[in-house]
Design a binder for this molecule. Structure first.
Ligand SMILES: NC(=O)c1ccc[n+]([C@@H]2O[C@H](COP(=O)([O-])OP(=O)(O)OC[C@H]3O[C@@H](n4cnc5c(N)ncnc54)[C@H](O)[C@@H]3O)[C@@H](O)[C@H]2O)c1
Length: 556
């Protein structure tokens, strides 16, 4: 073993972890010295198979053994982030299986751990190294597609039986609705849209048509489609299907650019094809992609094709490990660093929020600004305490006003009100119509000024659960026309929403607001809403709000 040999430990070695052996054998300067699996019989068997001299059933012990410089984290999905963080804290390099994490909270912890560690973190997204993906990437790089603006990525892999053999899949892949396994479909697409990222997603499903071995419906719909809006303005469509009975199609892609397009083969025996303005005689002639290999496939891929092919996933496992080892040796930065890993992971996590909220567009955070000045502050949150649910007040409406629901055709009137209070920048009639479609039935309240027909106050009741507030209802978009101030109209619409949510059986009712909306916060506090404090930062911010409110009430 040379001094530069990277001493590798594999956790989750009894499953996917063991498959890295062929790649390890093919790559100089890396050696599997330890394996870890909670299943000791598996660990024993794999240690022998892989020729690892140390065997652990406790991951922390392997990390503390001083025998590994780097780990491959190939355990079930919910362990990827915590086990990566544990290694990074000890400055042990990490190659993590996909996806990087199973919650936004975990993504944040991972980013922080990477920032504080001397070690390298890379996510083992292997499909981006497959030959057609690399070849199309090179064609994009050489400008043959022009500007790329639309793509599709599909992961269709019937896994019902495997769900029973590896029960974690039943919980984390088919036990949650939305795109729970996005990296193999979004990863290649991001390679073809360099510098771009997903900024918002919207997810819908095809319903539930299969049951597991216990007769239970899967929580994930059979097919989900996630539409991804790109920062550049482009669009990507992701399909995930782990349940439908049909042949696998684990790497199906399409790409559209201003000067070319690509369609991958859907089934065995078919060929990937491209149309490229510069190389095709007319707009009806496709070229088989493989005909471009000789001229365009990067030399690095060609030269290593033979070794790569012997490892898994069309050579992907070989190139993943090789890039990781290079990064560990300081020869380059990790090919899929933590932020790129989260560009492939977060769209999936946000798709799960989108589908739970009826397919609402949901922003996808950019992990690069987490913890920096550029990061927008999370909004303040307030809760309407459940002990008040039994008797929600119904304040009287002053004469000349009417409380009711918004009607179709009143979009412009609503926009006029929202503009008065500074909410509606960039909103269109279509946005209001979307609100009308998504709101809880009967939950889009307005107060009409009877003599003018103007809408002068409004609030909305929405179903808006999230990690902090499961199954919760939210009080949204409260506004009251300043020209009708002092008449208690804000209170009327707030209570109307609360009453509706209570009637619908919501156990958690919350709202979002901003530190500077002091008059609104004062009203909420006076109506019994309570600050929702979930970390120290919130504590400090609420103290400042209270101080500002007290100065305000003393007339300063
Ligand atoms: N990139 C790819 O192409 C690809 C392919 C297959 C699997 N995967 C990923 O690899 C991971 C593992 O998948 P799998 O199919 O091998 O699952 P698996 O259940 O077959 O294997 C996981 C192994 O981890 C062990 N394990 C569980 N908890 C552990 C712990 N706390 N410490 C140590 N060992 C533990 C289990 O005993 C098991 O042997 C998953 O995240 C999966 O998504 C990726």
């Amino acid at each position: 073993m040379t001094p530069q040999t990277v001493r590798l430990g594999i956790v989750g070695a009894g499953g996917r972890g063991a498959s890295f052996k062929t790649a390890c054998d093919a790559i100089p300067g890396v050696s599997i010295v330890a394996v870890c699996d909670v299943d000791s019989a598996r660990a024993q068997r794999v240690a022998e198979m892989l020729g690892a001299k140390r065997l652990f059933t406790d991951y922390e012990q392997m990390l503390d053994s001083d025998e590994v410089d780097a780990v491959i984290v190939a355990t079930p999905m919910p362990m990827h982030a915590p086990q990566s963080v544990s290694a990074l804290k000890r400055n042990i390099h990490v190659l993590s299986e996909v996806p990087a994490a199973v919650s936004v909270e975990e993504c944040r912890e991972l980013v922080q751990a990477v920032a504080q560690s001397k070690a390298v973190y890379m996510m083992a997204e292997n499909y981006i190294y497959a030959k057609p993906i690399v070849l199309v990437k090179e064609l994009v790089r050489q400008g043959l597609f022009g500007t790329t603006y639309y793509a599709e990525g599909e992961y269709i892999h019937e896994l019902k039986e495997l769900n029973e053999l590896t029960p974690w899949r039943r919980r984390w892949q088919t036990g949650i609705n939305g795109n729970t396994y996005p990296t193999h479909s979004i990863g290649p697409v991001l390679e073809w849209m360099p510098g771009d990222r997903v900024v918002a997603v919207c997810c819908a499903g095809s319903g539930h048509h299969y049951r597991d071995a216990r007769g239970e419906l899967y929580e994930n719909e059979d097919t989900t489609i996630t539409l991804c809006k790109m920062r550049s303005g482009g669009l990507v469509k992701l399909r995930l299907d782990m349940l439908s009975d049909r042949p696998h199609a684990m790497n199906v892609y399409q790409l559209q650019g201003t000067d070319g397009c690509y369609e991958s083969a859907r089934a065995h025996g078919e060929h990937d094809r491209v149309w490229l303005r510069q190389l095709c005689p007319d707009m009806n002639t496709w070229l088989p992609l493989h005909e471009l290999e000789e001229q365009f496939l990067p030399a690095e891929w060609k030269q290593q094709e033979e070794q790569a092919r012997r490892t898994g996933h069309g050579g992907g496992d070989y190139f993943v490990l090789m890039d990781f080892v290079r990064a560990v040796r300081g020869e380059c930065s990790p090919r899929v660093d933590v932020h790129y890993a989260l560009d492939m992971t977060l769209p999936g996590l946000m798709s799960q929020i989108s589908i739970a909220q009826g397919g609402r567009w949901v922003d996808v955070p950019d992990s690069r600004i987490w913890g920096t000045e550029a990061e927008p502050k999370p909004q303040l949150q307030m809760i309407y305490p459940p002990h008040r649910f039994t008797s929600v007040p119904e304040p009287p409406l002053p004469e000349g006003y009417r409380l009711r629901n918004i009607r179709p055709g009143e979009e412009e009137k609503y926009l006029a009100l929202m503009r008065k209070v500074g909410f509606a920048e960039g909103w269109t009639v279509a946005d209001v119509q979307r609100f009308m479609r998504n709101v809880l039935p009967g939950g889009f309240f307005v107060v009409e000024h009877v003599s003018t027909g103007d809408l002068v106050a409004t609030a909305m009741a929405n179903h808006s659960p999230n990690e902090q507030h499961p199954n919760a209802g939210v009080l949204d978009w409260v506004a009251a026309d300043p020209a009708h101030q002092g008449k208690g109209l804000g209170k009327v619409v707030v209570y109307a929403v609360v009453r509706l949510l209570v009637q619908r059986g919501y156990q958690r009712i919350y709202l979002l607001t901003d530190d500077w909306r002091l008059p609104a916060i004062a009203t909420y506090l006076s109506l019994g809403w309570e600050p929702y404090i979930y970390n120290e930062e919130m504590d400090v911010r609420w103290q400042k709000v209270r101080e500002a409110l007290s100065r305000r009430s003393q007339g300063h």
